[in-house]
Design a protein around this ligand. Structure first.
Ligand SMILES: C[S@@+](CC[C@H](N)C(=O)[O-])C[C@H]1O[C@@H](n2cnc3c(N)ncnc32)[C@H](O)[C@@H]1O
Length: 240
């Protein structure tokens, strides 16, 4: 996104972060909980891995990665006040205030085995940021994201409300960007459909598909994973 767009989201999220909800502007805590759980599942083994979480929000995922035995966790978040609080709360994590779409935010950080971008890619230029995040992976590493589906009628509302500042991608667009990442071993996506009865869990989740448009129905969101070539990734594929 352009600098004014990043400034717009910074002002928006600065306000949201001042609110009392742990789930920020997700619909509710169960939507956030299931989104983070699906990302965690897709990230695979964490113990001993170098991890990066971008658009870290209140830091729940970064803290989970740390608790699961990551060798090092770095978390990047736009809202500086929150970063300051999180640094005091969980000093074992490297918290950085910065723009996930700006290469300068990652200067001097080195490579990662796992990179997570949950509900943040709609606020940054999608293709260049995905390429940037994928380039931070060490051989065998994996990138996981959760992003709204542009084809879903419910997602058209924020797209219209935020007048081009809110990005979202179709399955075909996602496949087009993931499929040509340099060093890609494989990519897959799952569709998240809001369930009719959301009392237990808000989303019904499809199986993985590596085909553009290969998911049934019109999901509200996608979880995607992209594995980088290398020994660790190949070992993980055989377990999936
Ligand atoms: C919907 S929340 C998701 C937070 C967290 N990933 C989660 O799932 O709970 C989006 C987060 O991305 C942050 N954000 C928005 N634009 C960003 C950017 N350009 N760089 C880094 N973080 C950004 C917001 O401040 C907010 O905390």
């Amino acid at each position: 996104m352009s600098a004014p767009t990043t400034a717009f989201w910074l002002a928006h999220y600065d306000e949201v972060h001042r609110g009392s909800h742990a789930w920020l502007d997700y619909s509710n805590e169960r939507v956030q909980g299931q989104s983070l759980s699906l990302a965690l599942e897709a990230l695979g083994s964490i113990e001993g891995r170098r991890c990066l979480d971008v658009g870290a929000g209140r830091g729940q995922l970064a803290k989970m990665l740390s608790a699961l035995g990551a060798s090092h966790v770095t978390a990047i978040e736009l809202v500086e006040n929150t970063v300051r609080k999180l640094r005091a709360e969980a000093p074992q994590i490297e918290w950085r205030a910065g723009d996930a779409g700006d290469a300068r935010s990652y200067a001097g950080l080195g490579g990662f085995d796992v990179v997570a971008a949950v509900e943040v890619l709609q606020y940054v230029p999608f293709a260049p940021t995905l390429e940037l995040l994928f380039s931070l992976l060490r051989p065998g590493g994996r990138l996981v994201g959760v992003i709204p589906n542009r084809a879903c009628p419910m997602v058209r509302r924020p797209i219209e409300r935020y007048e081009g500042r809110f990005g979202a991608v179709s399955s075909e667009e996602l496949a087009g960007v993931l499929g040509v990442l340099p060093g890609l071993l494989l990519w897959r996506h799952k569709g998240l459909h809001f369930a009719d009865d959301q009392r237990l869990l808000p989303y019904e989740v499809s199986a993985w598909s590596g085909q553009a448009g290969g998911l049934s129905g019109v999901p509200n969101r996608f979880v995607f994973v992209a594995l980088r070539e290398g020994a660790m990734g190949e070992a993980s594929v055989s377990q999936e």
